[in-house]
Design a protein around this ligand. Structure first.
Ligand SMILES: *[C@@H]1O[C@H](CO)[C@@H](O)[C@H](O)[C@H]1NC(C)=O
Ligand SMILES: *[C@@H]1O[C@H](CO)[C@@H](O)[C@H](O)[C@H]1NC(C)=O
Ligand SMILES: *[C@@H]1O[C@H](CO)[C@@H](O)[C@H](O)[C@H]1NC(C)=O
Ligand SMILES: *[C@@H]1O[C@H](CO)[C@@H](O)[C@H](O)[C@H]1NC(C)=O
Ligand SMILES: *[C@@H]1O[C@H](CO)[C@@H](O)[C@H](O)[C@H]1NC(C)=O
Length: 555
């Protein structure tokens, strides 16, 4: 028996083409949309879910990586030349040519993604009559044997199951799970920091996904006396306030409260990723950033001024909201690319999404690395320390500039739970812009232009989640003419992205320029990796919008 199963893959290899080649027209569900539509429906639903749940940026970024890895792994398995994006070498198996088509690839991707997010996506797959499953025990067993048997059992199983895309998708899901178990993010919460041992130890119960594995602790509160109502800040603290020495400049958790009486003190989100997480395009982190050399008193004055200028400026307020949510930015870029280059294949888009995801994840990790090292105080904490001093500024939700106690100060957007320097958004947007320009120039011969958020009205505008039943109206964006933003180029988009963080009062000035410099090489590295993974392939049977669906029995 044992001998027979070992021989099977050898025998099967000798038969070419395999006798059992499937006909994709017969196994692709009739109710399932075409590949691009299906991919976008899956991405849109996962995005809507992340937006509604208010998932923190690094976790959104890591989740997007899971989806893009599924897409890219599935595409490489279903191709004659493309490489495995994780090993950057030939995949451990290749589906025979009958599976080298976008329909097989997207079925595989749907199954791979479903293995992680079946509750969220179930509603789509039911409508599509796509019979995704969890990981089948046979597949899990064959996969786990691969290090011992060189993949023989897995190859035998794949032959026996006729390389069904849903089985290949399960293999891709297992690959992603192994990758995520060792990529330093602690996404499954398997590790927890132990005070006593001063290191990460296995979690035994009540594990929290993405929990800190390095034991980050905020610095102690500084003992400071600042301004009062009868004096200006400058009078009461002078050089202490400008230099903000020692503990004064260290990050402090902010308190966030809802309107129902609940208040929570922040904990830095994923403080460990900067030093623990795997970089994909950028293999070695660049040298650390120089000290921003802030004059805090002057910088805080600029914060108040910028916020005042934003209060009644709808363009700025829309930009603040838009750039706050990375999924909106990616949505606009991806839809604008589809609009400007309508003939691009499903396969091109999967590579585009892979590359922009690599750029985005590396940018997040690099920004976090610097944030941990600098551990800088947010403007909100600094300004609140002035206590009774009266400041003139804007407040969230109001168009008026008013005088308030400094202690009551809040920025115009939520201050995210991580330290101030450098700006994560500026870093991520720089990477988006650099990668996107390189990719579209290389593949389509021109840059992306005139990206427009806003209702179409014949102007090529893109609204995000407009009238979606999955996203409440206040989180839909670009659906009314007032919410129109136009970016002539990706560089313009990236610049406004960084500036919008200043307009909202979330950062001091150097935070944005430093991030733009630090992250300016990431797009190129992501582009190099994308080309390497592509390995010059033309993807066999590609598919673009408007082409016919395969018909069962037509082969
Ligand atoms: C899938 O995408 C199409 C086109 O964007 C849209 O009309 C449809 O509502 C989407 N379906 C779901 C379930 O999101
Ligand atoms: C890259 O593509 C070439 C040409 O199709 C192929 O011969 C080669 O095997 C591929 N590389 C790998 C590592 O699979
Ligand atoms: C407020 O500041 C003024 C001027 O620096 C100082 O004279 C006064 O004592 C301060 N009052 C309090 C209550 O700290
Ligand atoms: C609103 O802000 C934008 C971006 O800073 C600026 O270009 C524009 O002039 C401002 N509009 C008004 C009315 O101040
Ligand atoms: C949303 O629904 C409203 C009312 O049905 C409609 O007037 C509007 O055009 C829709 N907006 C978009 C962007 O589809």
């Amino acid at each position: 028996m044992r001998v027979v199963t070992k021989l099977l893959p050898l025998l099967a290899c000798a038969l070419s083409p395999p006798a059992t080649a499937y006909d994709i027209g017969c196994i692709y569900p009739a109710q399932m949309p075409t590949p691009l539509q299906a991919y976008y429906n899956i991405s849109a639903l996962l995005s809507a879910n992340a937006i509604v749940l208010g998932i923190e940026t690094p976790i959104v970024v890591h989740g997007a990586t899971a989806v893009s890895l599924c897409g890219t792994l599935c595409q490489s398995y279903h191709d004659a030349a493309a490489l495995d994006p994780l090993t950057e070498s030939a995949p451990s198996f290749r589906v025979p040519p009958f599976g080298h088509n976008a329909f097989s690839r997207v079925m595989c991707t749907a199954q791979c993604v479903a293995a992680r997010s079946v509750q969220t996506l179930g509603i789509l797959f039911d409508v599509w009559s796509l019979a995704v499953t969890g990981i089948e025990p046979d597949v899990a067993r064959a996969f786990s044997l691969a290090t011992e048997d060189g993949g023989a059992a897995l190859n035998a199983l794949l032959e026996e199951r006729d390389f069904n895309p849903l089985v290949v998708g399960q293999v891709a899901a297992l690959r992603v799970a192994v990758e995520f178990g060792g990529d330093g993010w602690n996404g499954d919460g398997a590790l927890v920091y132990s005070e006593e041992q001063d290191e990460a130890v296995p979690c035994t119960a009540n594990c929290r996904p993405y929990a800190d594995t390095i034991g980050y602790k905020p610095a102690p509160q500084p003992q400071v006396e600042y301004g009062n109502a009868s004096s200006s800040v400058a009078e009461s603290c002078a050089s202490q306030c400008s230099e903000c020495p020692g503990l004064c400049r260290r990050w402090q958790p902010l308190v966030e409260s809802d309107q129902r009486g609940n208040a929570v003190r922040q904990v830095q989100v994923t403080p460990h990723i900067g030093i623990k997480a795997k970089l994909y395009g950028q293999k070695e982190p660049p040298p650390p950033l120089a000290d921003p050399g802030y004059d805090y008193l002057e910088e805080a004055r600029l914060v108040l001024e910028r916020m005042s200028a934003s209060a009644s400026n709808v363009t700025r307020l829309t930009a603040i909201r838009f750039f706050d949510q990375k999924l909106y930015i990616r949505g606009l870029v991806e839809l604008a690319a589809l609009e400007q280059f309508p003939d691009q294949s499903y396969e091109e888009q999967v590579m585009f999404i892979f590359g922009i995801g690599v750029a985005e994840q590396d940018a997040t990790i690099l920004a976090w690395r610097e944030k941990l090292a600098a551990d800088r105080i947010r403007p909100t904490t600094y300004i609140k320390r002035w206590g009774e001093t009266i400041v003139r500024t804007a407040q969230p939700g109001s168009a008026d500039v008013v005088e308030i106690r400094a202690a009551d100060f809040e920025a115009l957007a939520r201050v995210m739970p991580h330290s101030e320097f450098p700006s994560g958004s500026a870093c991520i947007c720089t990477a988006y812009a650099d990668f996107t320009d390189l990719f579209t120039l290389d593949r389509f011969g021109s840059r992306l232009r005139d990206l427009t958020l806003g209702p179409d009205e014949g102007a090529g505008g893109v609204g995000l989640f407009c009238n979606s039943t999955f996203v409440p109206p206040e989180q839909q964006i670009g659906c009314i003419p007032e919410e129109r933003l136009r970016f002539a180029t990706m560089s313009d988009l990236a610049r406004e992205c960084g500036q919008s963080r200043l307009w909202a009062g979330l950062h001091f000035t150097a935070s944005v320029s430093a991030a733009e410099t630090q992250c300016s090489g990431l797009g190129r590295l992501a582009s190099d990796l994308t080309k390497k993974v592509r390995n010059g392939t033309t993807w066999g049977a590609t598919w673009a919008e408007g082409q016919p669906r395969p018909i069962c029995g037509a082969l």
